[in-house]
Each structure stands twice: as structure tokens, then as C-alpha cells.
Design a binder for this molecule. Structure first.
Ligand SMILES: *[C@@H]1O[C@H](CO)[C@@H](O)[C@H](O)[C@H]1NC(C)=O
Ligand SMILES: *[C@@H]1O[C@H](CO)[C@@H](O)[C@H](O)[C@H]1NC(C)=O
Length: 153
């Protein structure tokens, strides 16, 4: 076979594989549904920040605009008490703003397919539907880098 054939094949395969993460989930829904979101993230110290002594944490992050949530303001970050982590629920976290987000996750959430519906929640103003996320790097909180495990739209 010609080298070009192989290249085309790899390119096509790459596009197909990349589509669910960057294309279908994020792009197609962002215009309407993904403006406002809440993510449940897992944050670990950035390299060089003494990762042995600083414990990681989970947080609920409120994003007024899901596409621009790389550096959430402190009012939009709610560190989740360890007792409020897991599947089932309801769980809750009170933001510094005074708003409480309450959510639940199905017992299958841990092993559910990426982007599938796994729960629900409310912040008192709006009801959200919860989805399993793909664990991509989502935001920075202080000297921590956070990946997203669930998102609520
Ligand atoms: C949300 O953020 C994206 C990326 O910065 C920007 O293109 C878009 O206009 C923003 N949407 C709103 C409603 O501000
Ligand atoms: C989970 O949350 C959804 C949406 O808020 C709600 O409809 C459902 O009753 C909740 N389930 C449990 C078990 O709390």
C-alpha cells in the first residue's frame, strides 16, 4: 500500500475518535445548553507545588459560561466535604455566595459511559441534569489543576 493510504486512514480514525470528546458533546450543545454549568472536579496540586504535602480535593465549580471556566472566581468554587462525595445522594455543597447546590448521582455513575445522563441537581434557581464527564483538564483553582468528572447542565 502507498504510505498515503495509511496516512489517510490514521487521519480519518483520529477524527472519529476525537469527535465525541471535543465535537459532539462540547460543541453541539454549547450554543444553547452549555452556557451555564456546574462541574464536579477533582483537583491536584500543580507540579512543583509540594504535591506530597498538599492534599487533593473535590469541588463543585459554577460556570456562568461553560466555555470560559478555566479560572473560576472563588465565589464560584465550592470545596466538597468528603462526606458529600460518591454515588447516590442527595449531596450538597454551599458556595461562598450562599447558594447551595444539591445533587444526586445514580449508583451506576462511576462506571457509566462518558456523557451519559447519570443524575440531577438544583441550585435553588434552576434544575440541572447531570452527565458523566471524560475527566479532561478543566480549570485551575489556586495552585491546583482540576479535571472534570461530572457536569450538570
Ligand atoms: C462564552 O465563552 C466563549 C469562549 O470565551 C465565548 O466565545 C462566548 O461568546 C461566551 N458566551 C457568552 C454568552 O458570554
Ligand atoms: C435526583 O435528582 C433528580 C433531579 O433533581 C430528581 O428528579 C430525582 O428525584 C433525584 N433522585 C434522588 C434519588 O434523589
Amino acid at each position: 500500500m502507498h504510505p498515503l493510504s495509511l496516512l489517510s486512514y490514521v487521519t480519518i480514525l483520529g477524527s472519529v475518535v476525537a469527535a465525541p470528546a471535543g465535537g459532539i458533546d462540547i460543541d453541539t450543545t454549547s450554543l444553547v445548553k452549555r452556557a451555564e454549568s456546574i462541574h464536579i472536579v477533582w483537583c491536584t496540586p500543580l507540579p512543583g507545588e509540594g504535591s506530597n504535602s498538599i492534599p487533593p480535593f473535590s469541588a463543585a465549580v459554577y460556570c456562568p459560561n461553560d466555555s470560559a471556566c478555566q479560572l473560576p472566581t472563588s465565589n464560584n468554587v465550592c470545596k466538597i466535604d468528603p462526606s458529600q462525595l460518591g454515588v447516590g445522594g442527595p449531596f450538597s455543597c454551599k458556595f461562598p455566595s450562599g447558594v447551595t447546590f444539591t445533587w444526586n448521582l445514580s449508583y451506576e455513575a462511576g462506571t457509566a459511559p462518558k456523557y451519559s445522563q447519570v443524575g440531577g441537581g438544583t441550585n435553588g434557581f434552576k434544575k440541572f441534569t447531570g452527565y458523566k464527564d471524560d475527566g479532561h483538564s478543566f480549570c485551575s483553582i489556586g495552585s491546583y489543576s482540576c479535571v472534570t468528572n461530572y457536569y450538570f447542565l
